[in-house]
Every structure is written in C-alpha cells, then in structure tokens.
Design a protein around this ligand. Structure first.
Ligand SMILES: [Zn+2]
Length: 549
C-alpha cells in the first residue's frame, strides 16, 4: 500500500469547502411571489448550496465572492419540478427493450439481437411496445422467431396495448409451460403468444427485481430527468421497495433529483410507515399516500356522471364506494399523511372533492389535499376546490395526447370542464403541473408549450383545443415550479431562486419568453445544477443520450 498517495487522493477528493460562487452574465427568468416574471442576470450561491441573492440587470451590488462563473448570456430557469411522476417506472421503461414503432418481425428481431448483445447480464429480456398492425403482414410474432435470436435466456415481449405477450422457448421452460398447458378462462395461448389472462402463466415466473436492478433503474431515471432539467419530483405510487432504493441512493450520496414521495396506500398501510422529515439535505421525504378513485378514460375506466358517448351502456367504475373512500383517506390523514387521489372522470372527481371537504372540516385546509389529473370535471364542481384547500395536479401533455379520444368518449357537450387549467386558476384553486412519466415523456417543455397553446408539438389543432383554457407562460412556469413545490410542501426550499432556498437551476438553449409555443416545446437543457453543483451537462452526456435514444 502506498499510504502517502492514498492520502493525497483523499485530500483531492474531499476538496476544500465550496466557496461562494457568482454566476453572472445569464438571462435569468423566474416567477416571483406575485406571479409575475422576474428577470435577473446574476446569481450568488453560498458554500452551502443555497441562494444568497439574485440580482436584477443594472442592479449594483457590493458582494464578495470567491469564484465567478460566466453564464455566457445563456437563459437560466429554476429547476423544474414535476408534480406527478413514476420514478422507478421511468428507469424500468428506459432499461427494458423498447419495441415501439418496430416496422416488421425482422425489425423486432434485429432490435432484440442488439439488445441481447448489449445486455449480457440481464437474466430475462423484457421488451415492450410492438404492434403487428403496423407491419405489412399484420401477423403476430412467434416463439420460433424469438428462438432464432435468443435461446440462452427467457425473452418476454409485450404488445403495445399491454394485453398480450410473445415469449421464447426459454421463457416457457422457465415458467413450466408445455404443449399440454391449457390457457385459463379469459386467456389464449398461440405459438408463443400469451393473451390476456394467459399472461399470468409466464409473468408469474419472471424473477422479482433485485435491489441492484432497482438501484440501476433509479440511477437511469435520475439521469433522464436531469437531462430534461427536472430537479424535483412529486414521486407517485412509491412502493416500499422503491422507497428503500431511494434511501440507499440517499445513504450513498447518489440522490441528485429531489424526491417528494407519495407511497401506495397498500404499502403505506402494511409497513406502518409514517411520513418522514426531509432527509439527505432536502433530497428525500415521504410526505403522502397515493389513492385511486377511478381508472383511465382511454379504457373507459374513468368514472363519469353520465354514460360514455361512445359506449352508452357504461359510465365507468369507481374504485371505492363513497364510504370506503372516506375511510381510506381518513385513515391516511389520521396518520399524518398528505392525501393525493387519482381522479379522471367527473363522478370520481366529485367523490374525491366531497371526501376532502369532509376532511377539511376536521383538519382545515392546511393539509393540501391533492387531486391527481383532475382531467374531466363537472364545471359546477370546480369552485369547490379552493374552499377545501384542494390542489389540482394536472398534466398538460395529457390534454394534447388525449383530446381526440376525449371527444369520442365524452361527446361535444361535456368538454367544458376537461383539462380546464384556466378555469381552475380563475376559481382560486392551486395548480401544479407535471407529466405522469413514463406515461408521457418527462420532458417539461412540451408540457409548458401545451399549457400556453393547447396545441401539440406539431401545432395541432390550429388555434388550440378549447383555447380559453390556455394559461399564460408565467402561469405555466409557476405551476411547474412554485405550484409543484407547494403541492409537495417544499415551497420553503425549492421552486424559486430566492435567498435561503436551494440553488437548483438549469441553463437552456433559448429564451422561453421570446419564442413561439412550438419552439418552446423543442427547448434543450444545457446544464442542470442541484444545490449549487453542476450535476448534468449536455456536452458530457451527448454520447450517452445518443445511445439512449
Ligand atoms: Zn400516475
């Protein structure tokens, strides 16, 4: 052992305490406490990673600093905070084999071959997203075709709609499926295809995710998020295993995205897990419980007050009776949890609002009850949000992805309370924006663009969909920073660059106040800083990003 060398290395690694840093020559933009855009051209960061001051252009300030960084005139925004995302799922989706857009069985086989070669240590190969409807022969792939590429380990490839999987022979062997196996009721087996209820025959054999794999998924997710300028997440539907991965990352200093966590109701109940204080320098906190009131609009699982226009024999289904739902949220609130409830349909939203109204009688409005999505509301219910202190946590890109489907499901006369961001704001209720990644991309810029235009990234439809529900850029940015911080009880630490708050910020390639909506959607993040330290840089990540695309 060469002790002197080790000591030298240790000294270099534990570099002296950070000194005050002045980042100047930036085009700083944020939303002030008054809701108006605030401009600044300098940012002074303390050695604790917190903001000392931001200085407006022309402001003469006599401040001392030890280090100066030239921002090169680039635009600087506070780090964006996604009010609703699924962190581990993002990593899972990014690390699994992506088959979205495959053009033929041969294309699928080629992607499978490349993935298998690049991931020799993956025990099972899991893929997602193929759709034979896009192929010339519109024929399902077979086990024999997968066997021609991978025989040394099981392969399970899910169709884009999630209803069917195709597997190779190794997967069937591992699951104990033979030619004699009969599909269960509601299922079908055909040349390696396992449809609906037959999927369980295979999926039961897929090994549980190990800690190492989950750590890798979390690391991958953080990398993706930082690359999109997302420095904080209201992390939804966190399982106990996810939470433990968050803790391991925090323990070993690998937590660069702040995770404000909402545990699944089942895991929160089973573990007798209670809310935690902020951990790891405000990078992690368990604050709430995530509950479901209904399903989704696409699969007609959203619970509506009136029947579906395109299927008049159903109005969807509630997950809980009123009494059951009330008991669930009462129990969570009594244990000190904030409650976040997924509600899509107008009947579900009305049930949740009524539940929160009752809770507010007992707890007041300071518990910040959240409705996740708040997609389809009966306009008469929207004014009930603010008095009960209910936050609408909404996802602008759901509107652009769903509008045609929503028109079919709801007909023309029920859209007044659909994705009604401006009506929510006008009612006096708090609004928080996010994406629901990985359902949508975690990139916040298409969301900010949709928020101000009610148009998708291609500018469709012309004039915007129900344009009266557009919000201004400052309202959109506020919902994506101050609003999402407030929704997670974090506005005293993040969401704006103010003295005493964390210096979480991003440098981007254009000024969002000077470009049109479509250009805003294409904004690229150049650097991401958390607690006054650069944690991501486009130049350094370019190669990795290319590979991940
Ligand atoms: Zn979600």
């Amino acid at each position: 052992m060469h002790k002197p060398i080790l000591a030298l290395v240790a000294a270099l690694l534990c570099s002296p305490a950070l000194s005050n840093t002045m980042i100047d020559h930036v085009n700083g933009i944020q939303v002030g406490a008054d809701g108006k855009i605030e401009h600044f051209d300098r940012l002074l960061i303390g050695n604790d990673g917190k903001v000392i001051s931001v200085m407006a252009p022309g402001m003469i300030a006599d401040v001392e600093f030890d280090q100066r960084i030239d921002g090169g005139g680039r635009t600087l925004l506070p780090g964006l905070i996604d009010a609703h995302g699924h962190v581990v799922d993002l990593g899972v989706a990014a690390l699994n084999l992506n088959l979205v857009g495959t053009s033929s069985v041969d294309d699928l086989k080629q992607r499978l071959r490349a993935y298998a070669a690049a991931n020799p240590d993956r025990r099972w190969i899991i893929g997602f997203g193929w759709n034979q409807e896009l192929w010339a022969d519109k024929r399902f792939p077979t086990a024999a075709e997968l066997d021609s590429v991978v025989t040394d380990r099981p392969v399970v490839l899910e169709r884009v709609d999630g209803h069917a999987i195709v597997v190779n022979s190794a997967a069937m062997r591992a699951a104990g499926v033979t030619a004699a196996t009969v599909a269960p009721p509601g299922g079908r087996i055909e040349k390696g295809m396992f449809v609906d209820n037959a999927r369980g025959l295979i999926e039961g054999a897929v090994p549980a995710t190990t800690d190492v794999e989950r750590d890798r998924q979390l690391a991958k997710a953080q990398d993706i998020l930082l690359g999109f300028g997302v420095t904080g997440i209201d992390a939804m539907s966190v399982s106990l295993a996810d939470w433990q991965a968050f803790r391991r990352a925090g323990d070993s200093g690998r937590l660069n995205v702040r995770l404000i966590s909402y545990m699944t109701a089942t895991d929160a109940a089973d573990a007798k897990q209670l809310p935690t204080p902020w951990l790891y320098g405000d990078r992690l906190r368990l604050v709430g419980v995530k509950v479901f009131a209904d399903g989704a609009l696409g699969s007609r699982g959203a619970w509506l007050k009136q029947p579906y226009t395109d299927k008049p024999d159903t109005r969807g289904l509630p997950r809980h009776s009123d009494a059951e739902y009330q008991a669930l949220i009462e129990a969570a609130a009594a244990r000190g949890f904030q409650v976040a409830t997924h509600a899509i349909g107008d009947a579900a939203n009305a049930q949740v609002i009524a539940g929160y109204e009752r809770l507010s009688k007992e707890y007041g409005t300071a518990r910040r009850w959240r409705i996740e999505h708040f997609q389809i509301a009966d306009p008469v219910d929207i004014p009930r949000l603010a008095p009960a202190g209910i936050i609408a946590s909404m996802q602008p890109t759901h509107q652009t992805s769903d509008r045609l489907m929503a028109e079919k499901r709801l007909g023309p006369n029920r859209l007044a309370g659909a994705y009604a961001w401006q009506t929510v704001l006008k009612s006096g209720a708090r609004l928080a924006f996010g994406t629901d990644f990985p359902v949508e991309s975690p990139n916040p810029f298409p969301g900010l663009s949709a928020a101000i235009s009610r148009q998708d990234v291609h500018g469709e439809p012309a004039g915007g969909w129900i344009p009266s529900e557009r919000v201004t850029f400052e309202q959109a940015l506020s919902a994506y920073t101050r609003g999402s911080a407030y929704a997670g009880f974090a506005e005293d630490r993040i969401g704006s660059l103010e003295p005493g708050k964390w210096a979480d910020f991003i440098l981007i390639d254009r000024d969002p106040t000077q470009v049109d909506a479509q250009s805003l959607a294409r904004t690229e993040v150049l650097e991401t800083w958390v607690a006054g330290k650069k944690v991501w840089e486009r130049a350094a990540a370019a190669t990795a990003a290319e590979r991940g695309r």
